[in-house]
Design a protein around this ligand. Sequence first.
Ligand code: ITT
Length: 200
Amino acid sequence: MPASWVFATNNLHKLEEVKQAAGNQIIIQSLAEIGCTEDLPETGETLQDNARQKAEFVFQRFGVACFADDSGLEVEALGGEPGVHSAHYAGPQRSSVDNIHLLLARMEGKKNRKARFRCVIALVEKDEVQLFEGMLPGEIIQTPRGTGGFGYDPVFVPEGETRTLAEMSLEEKNRISHRAKAMRKLIGHLLSRQPSKQSL
Ligand code: ITT
């Protein structure tokens, strides 16, 4: 029976991606499953600080081993914006439509469309914190395309691809995404500590 960890997120898209990325290697519990209905604090100025803050909040309240993801889109021509502010770029309503609208307005006339998604996962167990990072380079297109995924997916085409992340299936996105890369590192770390069944 694989061991279980709580994934501290209120973003159901992230939860779905992370569960698919984990497959049956580890069991992932949602905040709903442990009865956590509160907003998670994220007042830091970096992805690392926020990921850590969210995971520590749940660990301290519920005493369960858990991990959290803080992620964002970093656009070269905008000096790394929206970055840690990606979720509420266009305001506290945290609307993806508004965020994309503002991003495209700020990108108007910019020749350099290079961007990257970055994800930091913080694992908190027994007062210890460990960080795992993943990145996905690509570029921002002029007009949104696709209905899958979430956030900025409709305007982001990964390097070497022609489709946006929103035009890919969950499995396709998970083969290349920043979050899936960070998840692979996390799972590798968790599994490396468990005694292999074959050696028992
Ligand atoms: P939790 O804090 O509850 O996990 P959240 O959506 O607020 O959920 P973040 O604070 O980490 O998560 O903000 C991440 C934002 O960055 C997210 O809302 C999107 O706008 C953007 N983002 C991150 N990963 C993305 C992805 O895979 N595709 C598209 N946009 C993404």
